[in-house]
Design a protein around this ligand. Sequence first.
Ligand SMILES: [Zn+2]
Length: 281
Amino acid sequence: MRIFDPHIHMTSRTTDDYERMYEAGVRAVVEPSFWLGQPRTSPDTFADYFDSLLGWEPYRAAQFGIRHHCTIALNPKEANDPRCRPVLDLLPRYLAKDGVVAVGEVGYDSMTPEEDEVFAAQLAMAIVAGLPVMVHTPHRDKAAGTRRSLDVVRASGLEPGRVLIDHLNETTVAMVRESGCWTGFSVYPDTKMDEDRMVMILKEHGTERVLVNSAADWGRSDPLKTRRVGAAMLAAGFTEDEVDTVLWRNPVAFYAQSGRLDLDDAPAAAFHAGNTIERGG
Ligand SMILES: [Zn+2]
C-alpha cells in the first residue's frame, strides 16, 4: 500500500513517527502551515517557521525515505491577532517557492470579520500565484463554517477543482461534493472522523475527489491513520485499486495542480514489486 498523507504536521512529530510511517507505506506528505499552539507575536517567527517547512523538515523527511512538500498561509486562528497580520505581506515571496504546493491552511476558526478579510485576501493570492488552496473548516459550528467557506470560495472566482475543503464529516460532505471542490477527511483517534465512519462515507459517496489524512500534530493524533483507513477499506470489500485512488492518486492529482509536486527522488526500492512512484506534474 503506497500512501500520500496530504495533511500532517511533521514539525510536531518524532523520528519514531517517520520510521513507522515509512514502514506503513507512507512515501509522501504535505505539511500545511498552521497554528503552533503558542501564539506568535511577530511576522518574523512566521518567516522562520515557513523556512523550516521549506528547508529543515523536507531534509528530515528525506532521511526516512519520505518526500515532503508544504502549504503556506496565515492560519485562521492567528488571522485574528493584529501582530500577525503583516504575515500577509510575506506570503507572495513564499508562494513563489518550489516546495509550496498550495495556499493553506486558510478558512475559518471563529468566523470573525478579521478571518473573512484574511481568507479572501489569501484566495486572491492563490489566483495570482497559480496555486490550489487548502481550506480548514472550523471544529465548532462545522456545518455553518463549511457553508460560509464555500460561499467565500465561490465569490473568489477560484475554480472549485483547485480547492480542497478539509476536516469534513457526515454533516458537511454532501455540500462540498455538490460544490465541485475536493473533499478532505482528517481521521483522529477519538474526535472527528474514525476509520469506520470514513469507510461508510466512501461507500455512500465513492472515491472521487476524496482525500484522507491523519492531520497529526502536537495534540493526541495518529500518523498511521491513513494506513488504518486503507486496511478498513480492504476489510469492507474495497479493491486495492480503490485504496490506491484514495491514499495516493487523489492527493497526487490535487497537489500536482501546483506544477511543483516532485516525487521523483522518493526511494523507489521501498515499493512493492510492480509499483513505481508517479511523477506528479
Ligand atoms: Zn492541520
